[in-house]
Ligand binder design. Structure first.
Ligand SMILES: Cc1ncc(COP(=O)(O)O)c(C=O)c1O
Length: 412
């Protein structure tokens, strides 16, 4: 049977998100802060509510029907997440609290076990604090070295500098898939291939907190060892994230935290841990939120991804063009491969003043350093205003943003 080409219906899509019917400061909400945390479709909210409303129990431990049924639903999310990102199986999916915890897990489990003083970890200047500070903690603990890859004036990673940074001491490349400030989409597949060609023992961690939101991810295709993301940016609940790890790498790693659920047997003479991924999931997980993440992944998988990307890219071009035409507006991040995140500043107007005026007009944007202080330092600025475009954004959102910016100009 011929598969009908799916279309992306933005009006129908917006109907899926109850929050978009709200007002903020008595104005219809324009939500342009989804890169910080996205709004949730009704199916995600329903999945979380349903988990608590009926058949709720703790998982993995109970012999009664509720516990067993919920365990099955919970484990099924692991399988769906694996499929969503192209992992070999659910055994490669570790549920964490968020992307931050995923990176800390890798730093403290893999990093502390396999790195030693003088070993090098390669980062880029556009990393979020979540992919900087865990490595600095490790540096303090065991004396690793951190190398930082610069970017050009468009926000594109300097690949010559990257190639030059790979040397006999390199043990890990930890790189963001998409910059949360510049929108730059990094060539993570090529970067992984270069690292592995240099030395097949080099591990690659991709921070996919923003990357997973804006396009299909295939971890096997990327060839990376670790991929982390967070549920709340992927239209799912807060309190849940995912660490993908190649199974042989996960198997070689010791637990990150100890406690219930991650053990086979415990006695005072010693403890036997469960296999991966369970040995990394100590304690009761965020059961309802993980079921919500499952609904978010199903929701994303039900949409035509190519049409979705087209939609976001069209809005990105429109926003860049309209903002670029306003005198006194400077845009940061003009990479040819760019996701729908627009950071900008206005001459002689503080970003928090911009945000305050926009807030009064019902427009939510982010301001400040966006947890990327080293990038701000590199760009020689204190912060930016950031408008992030999600799958539910539309042209009217951009028009209202532009009206808001013109209003700011008028007022200051
Ligand atoms: C690129 C990037 N990495 C990591 C994170 C951290 O995500 P979380 O706070 O959900 O752990 C963020 C959040 O803004 C991000 O944008």
């Amino acid at each position: 049977m011929l598969k009908m080409a799916q279309t992306f219906d933005i009006t129908k899509c917006r109907d899926d998100f109850p929050a978009l019917r709200e007002k903020m400061n008595s104005k219809p909400l324009v939500f342009l802060d989804s890169a910080a945390s996205a709004q949730k479709p009704a199916c995600v909210i329903d999945a979380v509510r349903a988990a608590y409303e009926s058949g709720y129990a703790n998982i993995h431990r109970g012999l009664y029907r509720y516990s067993q049924d919920l365990t099955e639903k919970f484990e099924n999310v692991r399988v769906r997440v694996a499929k969503f990102i192209g992992a070999v199986s659910g055994k490669e999916i570790i549920f964490t609290r968020n992307a931050t915890e995923g990176i800390n897990l890798v730093a403290q489990s893999w990093g502390r076990s396999f790195l030693k003083a003088g070993d090098e970890v390669v980062l880029s200047v556009m990393e979020h604090h979540a992919n900087i500070v865990p490595w600095q903690i490790l540096k303090d603990q065991i004396g690793i070295e951190i190398r930082v890859i610069p970017i050009d004036a468009h926000g594109v990673l300097d690949m010559d500098a990257y190639r030059a940074a790979l040397n006999e001491k390199t043990r890990l490349v930890a790189i963001t898939h998409v910059s949360n400030v510049l929108g730059t989409i990094n060539p993570v597949k090529e970067m992984t291939a270069l690292a592995k060609a240099h030395n097949s023992d080099i591990k690659v961690l991709v921070d996919g907190a923003q990357g997973i939101v804006h396009g299909p991810v295939d971890v096997q295709g990327l060839g990376c060892d670790f991929y982390v993301f967070t549920g709340h940016k992927l239209y799912g609940p807060t309190g849940v994230g995912v660490l993908y790890g190649r199974y042989d790498v996960l198997e070689s790693m010791p637990p990150y935290q100890g406690g219930g659920d991650m053990i086979e047997t415990v006695s005072f003479s010693g403890t036997k841990y469960r296999e991966a991924p369970y040995k990394f999931e100590a304690g009761t997980p965020a059961i309802a939120e993980i079921l919500g993440l499952g609904a978010a992944v199903d929701y994303m998988a039900s949409l035509p991804v190519d049409k979705l990307m087209e939609h976001e890219q069209k809005l990105l071009s429109y926003a860049m063009e309209r903002l670029g035409n306003i005198d006194g507006v400077t845009i940061y991040g003009t990479a040819p491969d760019k996701a729908s995140v627009v950071s900008f500043s206005m001459d002689n107007i503080h970003s928090s003043d911009v945000a305050m005026v926009l807030d009064q007009m019902g427009i939510a944007v982010r301001t400040g350093h966006h947890c990327a202080m080293p990038l701000m330092e590199y760009l020689g600025i204190e912060g930016t205003v950031r408008a992030s475009i999600a799958l539910y954004s539309n042209e009217s959102d951009i028009d209202r943003l532009i009206d808001g910016i013109l209003k700011v100009k008028e007022l200051f």
